[in-house]
Design a protein around this ligand. Structure first.
Ligand code: ATP
Ligand code: FE2
Length: 324
């Protein structure tokens, strides 16, 4: 019997990526990244970028993969509406032309599942930190529950927004990390954890104000220390509450070595495991969509065309987890 192979397409924001996976590994992956000429992501421009590149990205992936496709998976949400719609339209057309089922997946859950696939993590508390998203999630009774999340903007967007306002190019996260390395002191900035949720816009505004009085490296360092301490605090409390023995880091901001260090220290203190997937599986990628599609496909899940509408606010806790 031949293996199940799923083609997955990701395009919720700036990365357009298609991949084919089977149960063992990623067979092929092709990516085209939208780079804004100025400022941050313009949703319509990003969608136009995806429309311009989707044919070559899918064709290239099918050519490299050389396998028979069992189903087409796509990011149904959350994400930028125009981008989601472009990718969904392509996924529907492809599923119809290949005469295979369509599977709409939740983008946040795909980050978790690829981490469970590509690290030894089995049942972790996941800290998912990207441009638009910042959430602490863990599995319980048929759902990935959101234990805490941002009340306003994602940590990545907060870093990017701050960076842009001080004249650094997009994406700002890596630049802030680099500058923070040369800091000499810590400046107190607003630390906002409400219950299990956190917020970053007050911190961003205060940091923007602080550069008038303090050096940029000191502000970058203090921004990171404050924001990451908030994320680690909520992650630790989710660990304490659930009794889980593993923490998994996901999303593009997970590239940050100071955030990793802080999470590692917390996990070591508690005597639990800390897992970080390879970089290619941390930011948005087609492989994670294909892999979650594969799990859903095997558990009998299908998305009829009539239910394949995208949902820019698709919450991970709304998805029923049938594969665990
Ligand atoms: P999503 O659709 O899940 O919100 P995204 O489009 O924001 O994803 P990702 O690749 O997951 O894409 O994350 C991009 C973000 O990660 C950007 O905000 C960028 O500044 C941030 N980032 C990347 N590297 C670092 C780093 N070393 N330190 C901090 N932030 C980083
Ligand atoms: Fe993401």
């Amino acid at each position: 019997m031949s293996k199940i192979s799923i083609l997955g397409i990701e395009g919720t924001a700036w990365n357009l990526s298609a991949a084919i996976v089977d149960e063992d590994d990623v067979i092929a992956e092709t990516t085209a990244t939208y780079m804004p000429k100025t400022g941050g992501i313009h949703p319509r421009e990003a969608a136009q970028h995806h429309a311009n590149h989707i044919t070559e990205v899918v064709r290239e992936t099918l050519k490299k993969g050389k396998s028979e496709i069992s189903a087409v998976a796509f990011s149904q949400g959350p994400g930028l509406g125009p981008c989601l719609r472009t990718v969904a339209t392509a996924a529907r057309a492809l599923a119809l032309s290949l005469d295979v089922p369509l599977i709409g997946v939740n983008h946040c859950i795909a980050h978790i599942e690829v981490g469970r696939w590509k690290t030894p993590a089995k049942d972790p508390v996941t800290l998912y930190v990207s441009g638009a998203n910042s959430q602490v999630l863990a599995y319980r009774k048929g759902h990935y529950r959101v234990f805490g999340e941002t009340l306003d903007i994602g940590i990545g967007n907060a870093l990017d927004k701050f960076a842009r306002s001080v004249g650094l190019p997009h994406p700002g996260g890596p630049k802030v990390e680099e500058l923070a390395r040369t800091a000499t002191k810590y400046i107190p900035l607003p630390y906002t954890v409400k219950g299990m949720d956190f917020s970053f816009s007050g911190l961003t505004t205060a940091a923007q104000e602080s550069v008038k009085k303090y050096t940029l490296p000191d502000v970058c360092h203090s921004f990171q220390e404050t924001a990451f301490a908030m994320l680690v605090e909520v992650t630790e409390r989710a660990v304490a509450h659930t009794g889980k023995r593993e923490v998994l880091l996901a999303g593009g901001v997970g590239a940050n070595s100071r955030l990793r260090e802080m999470l590692k220290i917390m996990c070591e203190d508690r005597g639990i495991e800390f897992y970080v997937p390879e970089k290619r599986f941390m930011g948005d990628n087609g492989a994670m969509i294909a892999y979650l599609g594969l799990l859903m496909y095997k558990s009998g899940y299908r998305t009829p065309i009539s239910e394949s509408k995208v949902n820019p606010n698709f919450r991970p806790d709304d998805a029923v987890v049938t594969w665990r």
